[in-house]
Ligand binder design. Structure first.
Ligand code: AMP
Ligand code: MG
Length: 338
């Protein structure tokens, strides 16, 4: 095995600094073009109790922590800005006030230090960090986060959406239910904990073709709570129902594409029960399953850096640096895959 010291890495390889700021997380990651992760610094905005993300407050949070998070990333990688060859930033989709903080900050660092700048699509970055960290080459991807729920696979130059939510994301569904029953944000981990001692109670199961819908399930779960059903039981059923729906659509995507790998990514990928259910399905289907490591499951700057490197090295150049608050995963040309 070849061994490179940190100094070798800086001299021989390209280093990219990536900035994430689409929603609650302000993150800075530093990655080499060999996929070596040198820093993953972040600060996460916490909404006030009983509330979802307040975009203006998240923006102020990002403004206040950006310099500190950058310094922390440079320090933990042991580099300074003169060692950085490329700056990548999450250009969208996301909350416009939050996106602007990252965009302006990235532009400033790029201009002041004369470093090329590239815009990155946030969901594509969740997919690419999952591939880098799991070693999957061409998987069916389940992307489940606070803002998105999509089942994707590479076909004809893009990550095509095989199934997605018709209304809210799964993360939003879990967070909304949690908020309604007085659990703090983020709701996903708390629901997972409570679900461990729960039993099944009926909730609607909503799969329409390859698409999913979660908002009616949340309404039904809230009604059960008002009717006095034990919170643990609702949490258990909420997970079992929503996750079964995801597994069903993923299984059909695997059958349709004939792909041999399945990868889970996004903040909800931290959920052990979802991982377990997908593992069972994949074993039965004879395909491999892997999940992005916890530290890269939620929003982070590392995934932006790595995707920036892939895009830049395959010849992509960003012309307009303004945020793109609506930017579908399947609009992005994946020029680094054949
Ligand atoms: P992201 O938007 O990718 O940063 O992910 C944030 C979302 O992940 C929030 O909706 C969280 O509730 C959710 N989440 C985090 N940990 C878990 C977990 N253990 N189970 C379910 N959802 C989770
Ligand atoms: Mg995300």
């Amino acid at each position: 095995m070849l061994y490179f010291s940190k100094i070798d890495i800086y001299l021989m390889f390209m280093l990219c600094l990536g900035i994430e700021s689409t929603a609650h997380t302000f993150g800075v990651g530093i990655v080499s073009d060999k996929g070596e992760i040198l820093a993953n610094s972040k600060d996460v905005y916490k909404p006030p109790h009983g509330s979802g993300i307040v975009p203006h407050d998240a923006k102020v949070h990002h403004e206040n922590c950006k310099e500190r998070v950058l310094e922390d990333a440079l320090k933990s990688a042991g580099v300074d800005l003169s060692d950085i060859d490329l700056i990548a930033f999450s250009q969208g989709p996301g909350l416009p006030p939050c996106l602007w903080v990252g965009t302006e900050f990235a532009k400033k660092i790029s201009n002041e230090n004369n470093i090329p700048l590239i815009g990155v699509n946030h969901p594509v970055a969740h997919i690419e960090i999952a591939k880098l960290t799991t070693g999957a080459k061409d998987p069916v991807v389940i992307y489940v986060s606070g803002g998105n729920t999509q089942i994707l696979a590479f076909a004809g130059g893009r990550y095509r959406v095989f199934g997605e939510t018709e209304d809210i994301s799964i993360g939003n569904a879990l967070d909304t239910f949690a908020r309604k029953v007085g659990l703090p944000y983020p709701g996903g981990p708390k629901i997972e904990k409570l679900a461990k001692s729960g039993k099944y109670v009926e909730l609607p199961y909503v799969v329409k073709g390859m698409d999913l819908s979660f908002s009616g399930i949340v309404t039904a779960a809230e009604k059960l709570y008002r009717d006095g059903v034990k919170l643990e039981n609702i949490c258990f059923s909420l997970q079992e129902t929503c996750f079964s729906m995801l597994v069903e659509v993923t299984e059909r995507a695997v059958a349709h594409t004939g792909k041999k790998e399945v990868v889970l990514t996004g903040g909800v990928a931290a959920n052990k029960r979802l991982i377990e259910m997908l593992e069972i399905m994949c074993k039965e289907r004879g395909c491999s399953f892997s999940s992005v490591p916890m530290e890269y499951s939620g929003d982070n700057g590392v995934m932006i850096s790595w995707t920036g490197i892939l895009a830049y090295k395959s010849g992509q150049r960003t012309k307009n640096f303004d945020p793109i608050s609506r930017w579908r995963t399947d609009e992005v040309e994946i020029s680094w895959m054949k």
